[in-house]
Design a protein around this ligand. Structure first.
Ligand SMILES: *Cc1c(COP(=O)(O)O)cnc(C)c1O
Length: 398
């Protein structure tokens, strides 16, 4: 572990890590189990079209979350698109300005008009008071995103939606195995969309799912996800091909077997980061509390540049030099993305801007050992102890 500032990569030292550490779960089962599962698929010669593994995954995922229906699709973005479409809305959907681009893109793809809304500085998610201000005659729905696996004010938003006759649904792509008030995410609002991307805690090598307790909505989703065939008899148009393959389902099922162990490992990594970064001025690891189940999929650092003596971006660059590849979710916020910036100045949503400048996601997942977390913390401590000096070094490198 580096002890002296002169050893940092920015000042000419070798990177702390020979191989890059990523912000991604990349939880992979041992190869032998993957091989066995794929042998079974080949023996059955059933590779696609809602085969037995997709159905088993739907049953097990619904049971895990305590919801009635789970409809698996190709990926989380498509899950959100189909959910937005299956709700049969017309008009505007209120969407957080601080989220992953897919949140707003899904609304556009469903033929709806996204109306961006600022978020709460404490929760990072839709602020029900701000949502109320964005409701107008064209409003049809509210799409909340459960960022970092914390629930997006489901009670207050449900009340608001009901009062104004709006549909409420959620981007739950961060929220597998996370609970709110003793209930798992997946059963809130009309429906919730999950991702089984390799970067998420449950890995289907891409994959996604919509969960709902509404049988009619589930039937529409099953129809929409397949361009032909009568999986369900209901009218839903336009249909598309969003089917999950047996190969994806096999991976997701193996990952579901490993989920309890992966959740424990994530909790340990998160706690290790929290402990070894405690007491550094200007730095805080976003806490997930102890009362509800959580997946600890993300380790989110909140960097107060004034107190830390170094900006989030400078810290990001310096860590990158050490092969610690962090992420700056969500920078830029959605109102600054090319397709969505019309009508919004760069400072239109001050809280989204503020968070976009401060948050940093640290490496986590199966490839990051507890010892690695200690080394990352050591680097952060060393870097922040020499902020002014390193600022010049970063600027020279830009
Ligand atoms: C990962 C993610 C998505 C998209 O999921 P994919 O499976 O990659 O399409 C959408 N929203 C959020 C918040 C995500 O983190």
């Amino acid at each position: 572990m580096k002890q002296r500032v002169s050893e940092l990569a920015c000042l000419g030292g070798a990177p702390e890590f020979a191989d890059p550490l990523h912000v991604a779960q990349l939880n992979m089962p041992p190869w032998e189990r993957v091989e066995a599962a794929f042998r079974d698929i080949f023996a059955r010669r059933r590779y696609a079209n809602h085969g037995p593994l997709v159905r088993e995954l739907e049953t097990r995922f619904a049971r895990l979350l305590g919801v009635e229906h789970a409809v698996c699709v190709t990926n989380g973005t498509v899950a959100l698109m189909l959910l937005a479409r299956a709700l049969e809305l017309r008009g505007e959907v209120i969407v957080p300005a601080f989220s992953f681009p897919a949140t707003v893109q899904a609304v556009s793809w469903a033929g709806l008009t996204p109306v961006l809304c600022d978020v709460d500085a404490a929760t990072h998610m839709l602020d029900p008071m701000r949502v109320a201000e964005r409701i107008g005659p064209g409003s049809a729905g509210i799409l909340g995103a459960h960022l970092w696996g914390r629930a997006c004010a489901p009670g207050a938003l449900a009340e608001l939606a009901e009062r104004h006759g709006l549909a409420l649904f959620f981007d739950a792509c961060h929220g597998i195995a996370c609970a709110h008030g003793g209930r798992f995410l997946g059963g809130f609002g009309a429906g919730e969309a999950f991702s089984f991307h390799a970067t998420k805690v449950l890995n289907g090598l891409e994959g996604g799912c919509v969960t709902t307790n509404d049988a009619r909505l589930a039937a529409r989703l099953r129809t929409l996800r397949s361009f032909h065939g009568e999986e369900t008899f209901c009218d839903a148009a336009p249909r598309m091909n969003a089917k999950m393959s047996e190969a994806q389902a096999a991976m997701a099922l193996l990952s579901l077997d490993d989920l309890p162990a992966n959740l424990v490992a994530n909790r340990r990594r998160h706690a290790a980061y929290q402990a070894c970064l405690a007491g550094i001025p200007g730095i805080e690891v976003v806490d997930y509390g102890r009362t509800d189940a959580h997946n600890h999929q993300y380790v989110v650092l909140d960097v107060d540049a004034d107190a830390a003596g170094l900006s989030r971006d400078a810290l990001f660059d310096l860590l990158e030099g050490e092969n610690v590849l962090c992420r700056r979710h969500f920078h830029p916020p959605l109102h600054r993305l090319h397709s969505y910036r019309d009508g919004y100045g760069p400072d239109h949503f001050p809280v989204a801007e503020y968070l976009g400048r401060r948050l940093l996601q640290l490496p986590s997942g199966q490839a990051v050992s507890l010892e690695d977390t200690e080394r990352v913390c050591g680097l952060i401590r060393l870097i922040l102890a020499h902020g002014p000096e390193l600022r010049q070094c970063v600027e020279a490198g830009r």
